[in-house]
Write a protein that binds this ligand. Structure first.
Ligand SMILES: [Fe+2]
Length: 343
């Protein structure tokens, strides 16, 4: 009995290895790739399933031998019925999986289109204000670093990063163009116009359905102060969205640490002094404490190469993972594996 099982097992292994190697050879020859890597990638990982599934054939043969007259030997067909059913289910699941893959692909294309639209908007504003070139990306990178250090992650982190990237997007409106390019200080009247950019930015951001909630409110409030003396609504303390409080600090850090027409970039130490000076009045004290102690923020400010690395298009958190589709895929993967075992 043991000898029979061993022989069967050896036969199964030999069959699947030779079969999959021959298929890999054909694939390799037709695609110009080495046979062994093709075999490893496509066949090696499922070899275990195939060999395990072959025990079903052994069970069917055993059942066939349990009956000695002609007609009752056909009982083993009853054993095959669920296997045929599992095979059918497996084919259906493959089809559904394929549909989900197509949805994922369509989602990826939409993400790319959205990313390109946002890139265009950010670049349009920066083209109007040459002194702040790269400002939005740097504020996005700094906000992400501060938010991470505050323990924020997942979709909320991505939303804060997106809000930071788009915080000044309303400056694309024509009325801001002369103000952005003005050399001297703004008059009171001009300053009042400039202050409307927070609301204008929020309106534009709200045109994207996925940004209408949290992202929009962070953009709307990015000039609100902790003590309620900010704009546009004079919101106080924790009533200001946390993302907006983070962006307010990141915005200040970037403004201080980049060259301006009227002064050179300041050091991070000067920034720390400034943040601590206005801790509890302009800035959220908790966010200030995290920011001044953040290794990543310090590195972003002092290491331009690192900053550039953190602000490439790829790093922008515009492509949210599709949780529903991904979890469905995992489910179907699991069922498929189970179905394979039953083949
Ligand atoms: Fe702003």
């Amino acid at each position: 009995m043991f000898g029979t099982l061993l022989a069967f097992f050896a036969g199964s292994v030999a069959y699947f290895v030779v079969n999959s190697l021959l298929v890999s050879m054909v694939v390799g020859l037709s695609t110009g790739k080495a046979v062994l890597p093709v075999w490893q990638r496509n066949s090696l990982w499922i070899l275990g399933y195939d060999i395990a599934a072959s025990t079903m054939a052994l069970a069917a043969a055993w059942l066939y031998l349990q009956f000695d007259d002609g007609l009752s030997r056909l009982y083993f067909l009853l054993f095959l019925a669920p296997i045929v059913g599992a095979k059918h289910l497996y084919a259906r699941l493959n089809h559904v999986q394929h549909l989900y893959d197509e949805l994922d692909h369509a989602h990826d294309k939409l993400e790319l289109a959205l990313r390109e639209q946002l890139e265009m908007m950010v670049k349009s504003i920066e083209a109007r204000d040459p002194y702040t070139s790269g400002h939005s990306r740097r504020v996005a990178a700094l906000s992400k670093a501060i938010a991470s250090d505050l323990g924020i992650n997942g979709d909320v982190l991505a939303e804060i990063e997106n809000a930071a990237l788009l915080h000044d997007v309303g400056k694309i409106h024509a009325e801001f163009a002369p103000l952005l390019q003005k050399e001297g200080r703004l008059t009171q009247e001009e300053w009042e116009i400039m202050k409307t950019h927070a609301t204008k930015s929020a309106e534009l951001v709200g045109l994207f359905s996925r940004f209408q909630g949290h992202v929009r409110s962070c953009v709307q409030s990015h000039h609100e102060r902790w003590d309620g003396k900010g704009y546009p609504h004079g919101v106080v303390g924790e009533a200001i969205p946390l993302g907006a409080r983070i962006i307010m600090i990141s915005d200040t850090i970037d403004a201080m640490t980049t060259d301006r027409p009227y002064r050179k970039a300041l050091t991070f130490e000067r920034v720390v002094t400034e943040l601590q000076k206005y801790r509890g009045s302009q800035f959220d004290p908790g966010v200030v404490d995290v920011t001044v102690n953040s290794v990543t923020v310090r590195r972003l400010v002092s290491d331009r190469a690192f900053l550039a690395e953190q602000t490439t298009t790829r790093s922008l958190a515009l492509g949210r993972v599709r949780p529903a589709l991904r979890s469905q895929s995992s489910f179907f993967d699991a069922v498929r594996v189970a179905a394979r075992d039953g083949e």
